[in-house]
Ligand binder design. Structure first.
Ligand code: UDP
Ligand code: MG
Length: 308
């Protein structure tokens, strides 16, 4: 029988948890599958952990609970839960009842049809505009930069073939880019419209800084994806451009000096000297980067099929 693991990161969601577990059991108990719910308590400071322990007793064999010693963020919580999950399919969803477990069977169907990842799309959202507008912008940029044409990257509600999600490393703010990360690994990613509800209990855990942190992480991601293994390919080009520009201009003044025997220290001369120095620095940074990349060279590939 197919095994499904449902990973739920949570931070101070004590009121929502019992309703969520009830809703999940309501949808999945009648299905032809085995399921486990993995609650990852991301260092909650309310009673969430005790509520989880109660659920563990109330739903024997269906619930696992993991607790961080302090708050590490949603990405870390997802990472921990996915690491513990042993299902063939792994589903992630938020704990705040904004995601509706009713959608799970349809997600599983898409995985059966051959997709490696099904990403939820909150087409009709029940969040304030301060959130929906930045989110539209963010999704547009991420889609354009990643090459994956979907509408909603950051929805917490997703289903994966286990291997696809275990092939990536989730930390920092990376939970915002999971479809892109999985897609870049070569897996087949699609999206599915999911129902979305207003937050009933508690409040959102992400403030305005979500926007900036998310954007910086996107830049890092793009940079790392392309140049992690070969930093010199990036810094080397900058080094060449700066050195060349400086040398050409200085060369011009040099020739002028040979012909006229006159040389004035003009701003442009200083600028070209600066440019050459910067170029050399870019080279050095690239070389140092290469050294770091070489000392901690780790697995950069995933084997998707094995016939032995
Ligand atoms: N969350 C978490 N750790 C955090 C912040 C949030 O595990 O540091 C969980 C939170 O409990 C919820 C999910 O991540 O289950 C999404 O958070 P939230 O609903 O606050 O985000 P929003 O829906 O406002 O984007
Ligand atoms: Mg929410």
């Amino acid at each position: 029988m197919k095994k499904v693991s449902i990973v739920i990161p949570l931070y101070n969601e004590e009121e929502s948890l019992p309703h969520l577990m009830k809703a999940i059991a309501g949808v999945l108990d009648g299905q032809e599958l085995e399921y486990r719910v993995l609650f990852v308590d991301d260092g909650s400071i309310d009673n969430s952990f005790d509520v989880c322990k109660k659920l563990y007793e109330e739903y024997p064999g269906k619930v696992h609970v993991y607790r961080f010693s302090r708050n590490h963020g949603k990405s870390a919580a997802l990472n921990a839960g996915i690491g513990k999950a042993d299902g063939d399919v792994i589903i992630t969803m938020d704990a705040d009842l904004q995601d509706d477990p009713q959608a799970i069977p349809d997600m599983l169907k898409l995985i059966d049809e051959g997709w490696d990842m099904v990403s939820g799309w909150k087409k009709k959202r029940y969040d304030p505009v301060t959130k929906t507008i930045p989110s539209k912008f963010f999704n547009f940029i991420t889609s354009a930069m990643s090459g994956l044409k979907i509408h909603d990257f950051n929805c917490g509600f997703k289903a994966y073939r286990a291997q696809a999600v275990k092939s990536i490393e989730i930390y920092g703010e990376r939970h915002r880019y999971l479809p892109a990360l999985v897609y870049w690994e070569g897996y087949k990613v699609t999206e599915m419209v999911v129902p979305h509800h207003k937050r009933k209990y508690g409040k959102t855990k992400f403030g305005m800084n979500r926007f900036f942190n998310g954007f910086f992480d996107l830049l890092t991601l793009l940079f790392l994806r392309k140049y992690l293994a070969n930093p010199l390919h990036f810094f080397g080009i900058l080094g060449i451009i700066f050195c060349l520009a400086g040398t050409v201009v200085l060369g011009y003044f040099g020739v002028q000096w040979i012909i006229t025997r006159q040389m004035r220290i003009r701003p442009l001369v200083l600028l070209s000297l600066g440019s050459i120095i910067m170029g050399i620095q870019f080279f050095s940074i690239g070389l140092v980067g290469e050294m770091i990349a070489n000392t901690r060279r780790k697995k950069t590939f995933t084997i998707s099929e094995e016939i032995e």
